[in-house]
Design a protein around this ligand. Structure first.
Ligand code: PGA
Length: 249
């Protein structure tokens, strides 16, 4: 059985004070549930959030660089994230790929470094609207997955979380249907089975992301292949994110 994982991606939102207030409230309102909860906050808030000593919420970052240290002005290393108490790091988010020009090769280096440090990557894959219209969804997500995981050892694979995020559904209010997300996630899992084996592929948690809200989370979670969600906009307000986490109630 895969433990569901629901992660909030705050993107470039919240000052340290706002982040602390949000997580304090979240710890109060989230019920003890079998769902693993992660908040991926901006770098500036991570130390303060870690100092809260949260029990129900784990910490994640939204990016990192692959080098250990050195002359990389403006970058943050994986070790720095471990040092601030992060357990997870989002890698290859479509905004990093599209706005900051990250390619599969760079994302692969980051995935390998994160795993080496014991940080669990939340690897994002997903197609654009034009790729979807051209019938290329499968090819795109399967290729992004395989390239990002190149060199990942079998014993490391279960540490990886994959987030299938169709780009046309991110921040648009336009969500994929649960059935279609389930189908694409099934294709990703089949690729993992081909690259590794069926048993390992069955251990990897694969989330859906893209306009997930309190009103639509249950539909996604009912699907057999979907193991959680990566939530952007709706993770910023405590009430909404808590309702998503407590989707079974
Ligand atoms: P959204 O973002 O929930 O606001 O669509 C999801 C994401 O980018 O991870």
């Amino acid at each position: 059985m895969r433990t569901p994982i629901i992660a909030g991606n705050w993107k470039m939102h919240k000052t340290v004070g706002e982040a602390v207030e949000t997580c304090r409230k979240l710890e109060e309102v989230v019920t003890d549930s079998p769902v693993e909860v992660v908040v991926c906050a901006p770098f500036t808030s991570l130390s303060a959030l870690s100092a809260l000593g949260m029990e129900k919420v784990q910490l994640g970052a939204q990016n990192m660089f692959y080098a250990d240290q050195g002359a990389y002005t403006g970058e943050i290393s994986g070790q720095m994230l471990v040092d601030t108490g992060c357990s997870y790091v989002i890698l290859g988010h479509s905004e990093r790929r599209e706005i900051f020009g990250e390619d599969d090769e760079l994302i692969n280096k980051k995935v390998l470094k994160a795993l080496e440090l014991g940080l669990r990557p939340i690897l994002c894959v997903g197609e654009t609207l034009s790729q979807r219209k051209a019938g290329e969804t499968e090819e795109v997500v399967v290729s992004q997955t395989a390239k990002a995981l190149s060199g990942v050892a079998a014993e490391q694979l279960p540490q990886v979380v994959i987030a299938y995020e169709p780009i046309w559904a991110i921040g648009t209010g336009e969500n994929s249907t649960p059935e279609d997300a389930n189908r694409v996630i099934g294709l990703i899992r089949s690729k993992l089975a081909e690259l590794y084996d069926g048993e390992l592929a069955g251990q990897v948690r694969i989330q859906y992301g893209g306009s997930v809200k309190p009103e639509n989370i249950a539909g996604f979670m009912q699907q057999p292949e979907i193991d959680g969600a990566l939530v952007g906009g709706a993770s910023l307000a405590v009430e909404d994110f808590a309702a998503i986490i407590d989707y079974q109630r």
